[in-house]
Design a protein around this ligand. Sequence first.
Ligand code: B12
Ligand code: SF4
Ligand code: SF4
Length: 231
Amino acid sequence: MAKRIEDEVGPFGYRAFVDSAPVLERALAEKAGLGWIGKHSNIVNRKAGSWFFLGELYTTLPLPADQAESDHCGRCTECIDICPTQAIVAPYTVDARRCISYLTIELDGPIPESLRPLMGNRIFGCDDCLMACPWNRFATPAAGDEFLPRHGLDSANLCDLFAWDEETFLHRLEGSPIRRMGHERWLRNIAVALGNAPYSTTIIAALNSRRLHPSELVREHVNWALARFTQ
Ligand code: B12
Ligand code: SF4
Ligand code: SF4
């Protein structure tokens, strides 16, 4: 976009951000008229729904101010009702400590035991509140390869993913944001997901194969998962 503007007006000062710096992206997007902050706390656009990232150009250009968008959530509570961990504790307020996105991606250390059974098979983030939003019925899939499923992860089997050693993890997820969480959290999260799955001998065998993993974090989550099948 900066290049396109440059083509029109010549060189100008700018810096681009996408979830990359302490920028109040949602407040800026709302004020810029891109949408309103929905009850799930993300930006919703009347035509595009809520399933998109926000990006900004800070610039020295003297641009006219846009009209802010107003709230169109109305009486809807779909996102609040669907949240598996009741992380949307009040409209527009997410308790990040309960959000599966935080628990699987950002949290360093053990996942609180009370939340583990509620996480289902989500091993990297969660989109349930966005998925539930009725405004997404107007959304269309993004064009461009960057948004297509990669590495066959849209049809992956958790036991196969659990068998990846660190080298395979790093190699198979090259270029993917999942790589950022590291192999230890990867195993921690999959152990929880396997503990939430219906009983199968394949799952028990997969969990047993990691019982003696060098990481105490992984071992503890594996033991929690195995204990789920003996209750
Ligand atoms: C921390 C963070 C998280 C945390 C906490 C989220 C939360 N809801 O609090 C965790 C890890 C849980 C998380 C999860 C997710 N996140 Co996140 N996250 C961020 C991040 C990095 C910072 C947000 C933040 O806390 N800023 C600091 C606080 C002080 O600012 P703020 O929240 O914007 O609040 C200010 C204003 O917005 C305003 N304000 C806030 N709420 C309200 C409400 C009203 C009524 C009003 C008037 C004003 C107002 O006042 C505040 C103080 O000035 C942003 C990127 C960014 N730089 O903004 C992405 C971002 C919000 N995340 C994003 C996404 C996509 C997700 C996930 C869907 C990822 C996933 N699939 O797992 C989930 C969704 C969970 C959810 N329901 O929010 C997108 C949202 C895109 C969109 N359509 O809006 C962002 C914008 C990243 C991006 N560039 O695309 N995220
Ligand atoms: S991302 Fe998932 S866990 Fe987090 S608030 Fe939305 S539905 Fe709840
Ligand atoms: S699901 Fe309903 S309440 Fe939640 S953001 Fe969308 S319109 Fe608003």
